[in-house]
Design a protein around this ligand. Structure first.
Ligand SMILES: C[S@@+](CC[C@H](N)C(=O)[O-])C[C@H]1O[C@@H](n2cnc3c(N)ncnc32)[C@H](O)[C@@H]1O
Length: 206
């Protein structure tokens, strides 16, 4: 098992009990996302964690493929969906790096609070672009630590070495926007969250 999967497995139980930091902000993100949904749509959410967002969106689309590298996260997500009788989500334990996806098969891809946790965000954004249908949409909420917390560049590798931090990549909002545009997207909507280093972006396949 990869060290990334081990890290997230260890904190899955605790993560599932943690309330969202700001309910109003979370609800607004759900709302904006749903403006891009139609009932016949096929969605992928990678890095779905314990499934709360996929479960919240399930009534608005045809099907959600929700994946996460951590089998513990997926276990919790599946049991939450079962408890709520949600049956249009397929949960799968898989790293986004190795997940096989058919080209031009998806309407919307969600990557929420995950791009800064990947070794290779450019490759993954390109993979998302390939897998989206024409006019498909990629929605991401991403911590851009390079805007105000550059010191993480030093702390992150040390924390990872001691197993107290996951992979943590430090980049700015501008660098993230460039990565998204360079992969063949245009940015349709952007929201910088107040008092937060996170940026919420809706990008359309060009
Ligand atoms: C900060 S949590 C975010 C979870 C959820 N998207 C949310 O917004 O609450 C990051 C999630 O990404 C998963 N993850 C980390 N690296 C991954 C990878 N390479 N492929 C797929 N999932 C990954 C972790 O297991 C964890 O569940």
């Amino acid at each position: 098992m990869s060290t990334t999967a081990i890290f997230w497995d260890k904190i899955a139980e605790k993560y599932s009990k943690k309330p969202v930091p700001d309910e109003q902000v979370y609800q607004k993100k759900l709302q904006i996302t749903r403006e891009y949904f139609r009932p016949d749509m096929e969605i992928l959410e990678f890095g779905c964690g314990t499934g709360s967002t996929a479960i919240a969106h399930a009534p608005y689309v045809k099907h959600i493929h929700a994946t996460d590298i951590s089998s513990k996260m997926i276990e919790i997500a599946q049991s939450k969906a079962d408890a709520q009788d949600i049956n249009n989500i397929t949960f799968e334990q898989s790293s986004i790096d190795t997940l096989t996806l058919a080209d031009e098969s998806l309407d919307v891809v969600l990557g929420l609070n995950i791009l800064h946790l990947l070794e290779n965000k450019e490759e993954i954004i390109a993979k998302v672009q390939r897998t989206l249908k024409a006019d498909g949409v990629f929605i991401t909420s991403t911590a851009c630590l390079g805007d105000s917390m550059k010191f993480f560049k030093i702390i992150a590798p040390i924390g990872k070495f001691f197993g107290v931090l996951p992979i943590l990549k430090v980049f700015t909002t501008q660098q993230l926007e460039e990565s998204i545009r360079n992969a063949g997207f245009s940015i349709d909507y952007q929201w910088r969250l107040e008092k937060s280093h996170s940026i919420f972006i809706v990008a359309k396949k060009r």
